[in-house]
Write a protein that binds this ligand. Structure first.
Ligand SMILES: Nc1ncnc2c1ncn2[C@@H]1O[C@H](COP(=O)(O)OP(=O)(O)O)[C@@H](O)[C@H]1O
Ligand SMILES: Cc1cn([C@H]2C[C@H](O)[C@@H](COP(=O)(O)O)O2)c(=O)[nH]c1=O
Length: 208
């Protein structure tokens, strides 16, 4: 089922919550897609609260910003459990939808989604499901069984310039092995499966 079918459904009868995931490598358009959905929902007259992890301060502390510079004001939080007290009870009740960006940095994502879903809220969250090693990043994958829709985007492979990129690789990973490292095209590039595997084999060869 397409995402827009859900959006229409919620407008007609708000009997349940919903959970929707937008994922893919960096630069694949996750934030762009999230903000487009926010606009669609608002056009239906629904109240959307925008939230992001405060860990992502690249472009702004209090805006969700795409790499192309499209932006919307948001709450920046360390944990999602701050939202209810920040909004207050009346505003929390008014909100139909939570749009969450950089979800990989939010440790209480599953707990928040379960609680908001039980209160018939719709949650749309965007983030990286895998890190630069293609290992699980944050808690996004814990929510897969609860999602109504999962949308995985791809970017262009920066290495071969031919195949779609489904992974993010870190430039000079030998200098920084921590999973979390805030950055943009100075630190990361998008790669296809073939180029990702080739770069790993090359790194192994260099170590020997
Ligand atoms: N270095 C880059 N590599 C690829 N795309 C880039 C780069 N810098 C800016 N962009 C633009 O970023 C857009 C995606 O932005 P965004 O929605 O913020 O992606 P994501 O949230 O997945 O990182 C692309 O459509 C492209 O136009
Ligand atoms: C792959 C990878 C990314 N990060 C960081 C880098 C950026 O600050 C964000 C992702 O931003 P985007 O909106 O998807 O472009 O995550 C990281 O910390 N560790 C990684 O392995």
């Amino acid at each position: 089922m397409k995402y827009t079918d859900f959006a229409q459904g919620l407008n007609i009868s708000k009997n349940t919550g919903e959970i929707h995931l937008i994922t893919g490598p960096m630069f694949s358009g996750k934030t762009t897609e999230l903000l487009e959905r926010v606009s669609q929902e608002e056009a239906l007259g629904l109240v959307v609260s925008l939230v992001k992890s405060f860990e992502d301060f690249r472009y702004s502390c209090d805006h969700i910003v795409t790499h192309d510079g499209i932006l919307r004001t948001c709450f920046s939080v360390a944990k999602l459990n701050e939202i209810r007290s920040t909004l207050g009870d009346a505003e929390w009740r008014r909100v139909d939808i939570f749009a969450i960006d950089e979800a990989q940095f939010l440790p209480d994502l599953p707990r928040f989604c379960a609680a908001a879903d039980s209160e018939k809220k719709k949650i749309i969250f965007a983030g990286l499901e895998g890190d630069f090693r293609r290992e699980q990043f944050g808690k996004l994958l814990d929510l897969l069984p609860l999602c109504d829709s999962i949308f995985k985007l791809s970017a262009k492979c920066c290495s071969c310039n031919i195949r779609p990129a489904t992974f993010t690789s870190r430039i000079s990973p030998e200098n920084n092995t921590a999973q979390q490292c805030i950055g943009g095209s100075d630190t990361y590039q998008t790669v296809c499966r073939s180029c990702f595997v080739r770069s790993k084999l090359f790194a192994l060869y260099l170590v020997k």
